[in-house]
Design a protein around this ligand. Sequence first.
Ligand code: FAD
Length: 488
Amino acid sequence: MSKTAAIVGAGIAGIAAAIRLAVKGYRVDAFEANAYPGGKLSGFSLDGFRFDAGPSLFTMPQLVEDLFRLADRNPNDYFEYRRLNETCRYFWDDHTYLTAWADRDAFAREVESQLGEPADHLLAHLADSAAKYHITEKLFLHRSLHKLATWFNRDALYGYLNLPKLEVFKTMNRANEQRFQNPKLVQLFNRYATYNGSDPYQTPATMNIIPHLEYNIGAFFPKEGMIGITNNLVRLAEELGVRFHFNTRVTELVTEGERIVGVRTENESKPKPYDVVISNMDVVNTFRRLLPNARQPERILRQPKSSSGLIFYWGIRREFPELGLHNIFFSSDYRAEFDHIFNRKTLSDDPTVYLNITSKHKPDDAPPGCENWFILINAPNNTGQDWDALIAKTRQNVIQKLSQNLGVDIAPLIACEAILDPIQIENRTSSSQGALYGNSSNNRFAAFLRHANFSHQFRNLYFVGGSVHPGGGIPLCLLSAKIATDLL
Ligand code: FAD
């Protein structure tokens, strides 16, 4: 008889783990508290506009394709995407403007003409980013850091020999200041710390690995929008026999000695036994809520969390040809902005505004002549701030900043609005403090302070998702599912 597996949560990592287990022959039940799959990677419609609720940048599509191939399917039969020829448009309040082209040489020329920064500085930075990636890739991204075998092989040896190149003892900001003359380019590359919810003035320069994904491997757009990733993986999972149970919150993992012997849900009083349990619930809340009587790995659970986000979804009754799919309007004092987020735990009056408009590539996401604006402001994680006041203040600041930059009053153009704040993020996905990426990576040992993909206490319990190794963001979540299921 086939073995059985329960997945707690149908976020992207839970779905990927379900697919991998089904391919291994397990009978899989995926329990999801919400009425829909995908967790943060979900979407919704409002007054004729469609919005992706969370992630907007798609990198490393091969990790999605791997799941189809693993199941002997042709990814093209399910899922289409294309490479972007520009990764982002950057705007500063002094009207400096820059397009980050996917073509590295074109980007380097743009940097030289717009910012006066020698093109070879940019090319050297991207080469360094690639080198960092190749040193860490096999060691950190594809394996559990918590197994001895990871540390005794050729990849590890390569890592030890090249350790200085990772620049663990320098901050990202310091490394970028040493690389670039123009503070605007320092700011642009400091921005990559936010891709895992960290502070460029604290996180180690090792995180300069991140631009490699966007510039050297590429940024992509799924034909159906980001929600297409979730929908097509769910379709694949269902074809493989995975049973999704929506509106079904797991309330307890029943333990006996070194095993999980039952999964209790809010819909059934009697716990159901499974051979294997994989939690896609944030690891802090897996322990605090589902395993309150187990030994709590306090050192890991109490690590400072990543930043969160404040998101405005606006249906806009006008088109802006000067905007692209991804746009950034930088704050004039980046250091002060991060000081507000990570030290003062509040929002500055001049936040950097990220504006994503999928209707640029998928016109049916907005009515004719309109655009669907997804605006993300990096925000502190939830520590009990007065969010209503912060949202009201920030909404005004964002309108003012965009109006000034675009030369038109934005407020009367907002046809409809939805808002997502750190409290809602926490409520909708059980992410501790509404953090977008689990623990922050502000500490140089952060990689070692994420929970392993397996339990040290319960032999049949595994962990996947943005709160555990190797980290947050779609690619790393997909890799967490690979690492966890490879350990079985
Ligand atoms: P989550 O998405 O956190 O989902 C967990 C699921 O488990 C939820 O559906 C929840 O309801 C369910 N669950 C929890 N507890 C239980 C329980 N007890 N019982 C049943 N179900 C339960 N990443 C990128 O790669 N690119 C981006 O551009 C990007 N931008 C982002 C922007 C925003 C606004 C946000 C919020 C995130 C962004 N991210 C981005 C991060 C990315 O979305 C996440 O890292 C990733 O989606 C997390 O996936 P996950 O598998 O950890 O699960």
